[in-house]
Design a protein around this ligand. Sequence first.
Ligand code: MG
Length: 355
Amino acid sequence: MTVRKNSSSTMKLSWARYDLELCHTFTISGFSRKTTPIVLTKIEYDGLAGYGEASLPPYLGETQASVIEFLKKVDLSAFPDPGGLDEILEYVDGIAVNNTAAKASVDIALHDLAGKIDGLPWYKRYGLDRADVPDTTFTIGIDSDDVVREKTLEAMGRFNILKVKVGGPDDKRMIEAIRSVTCLPLAVDANQGWKDRLAALDTIYWMKDKGVVMVEQPMPKLDLDNISRLTEESPLPIFADESLQRLADIERLKGVFSGINIKLMKCTGMREAWRMRRVAEALGMKVMMGCMTETSCAISAASQLCSGMDFADLDGALLIANDCFDGARLQSGKIIANDLPGIGVLPNQKINFAY
Ligand code: MG
């Protein structure tokens, strides 16, 4: 990487609390909510600013307070410039255990900044074609038939694949409600909601006949014996989400799942996500890029590294009413990065960053 020489600049990290308003109350197996708290980050250096984000769905355990407490411990003054990305992010990862979303907010901002210094978007640095991303799924939460049909109709003409949250009281009814208005392919995510392997297998066969193409986290995350047998018997690929956090988890999941769902907020950001992708592919596993409810900041970061993956679930920014960034956009059913350097984002309103 080329870093401007003779700069007396130092990196300055700042942050802002923000609350995402969801367009619809969102229900998955076990949880329901209308807002998602996030923390936005900014790292300034030599007249440039990189932006990042920590998205904090309540069930994952991090809060705005815990993220800010973490960010206060991040001392970038020991690093002369953003060029030593690996070294800086190793240091950040070592500050505390867990705090993966907080770490991702620093990782994303640093990637954005480093890309801006080089004048290159990250998909180019990864050697990817930004248009070669998989169609993004659009998520339909567990709801009444009427709401499910209404949400499905909203998605028509904009998306080429839908993702249905199952693991509720009546999964087949949900699928039938969607099938009453569209024949688009469906991905399903049980969020650990199925408890019996044979019943799950039976449902998966039924779903395959209904045009379902993949299944995410069918059973409880630690029930790897049953998941492994289910994967072996399933006519559809089975992806790990809750069973997997970071790079170190992948190897033990080979043979247990067909593929993995990589999310920046779980794995500490782009640096580790890229490594996870390469390791999974080397192990012969399928790969998908997922997200939380996020602004176009974190979604744009994810869009930089998902070209050529098997699936993309990057609808997070489309589910919120107050996205404060412009970045990757929905085009013909795909979330495609723009050509701007870094992660390709610009705030679309004034954000009050504080130190
Ligand atoms: Mg999932």
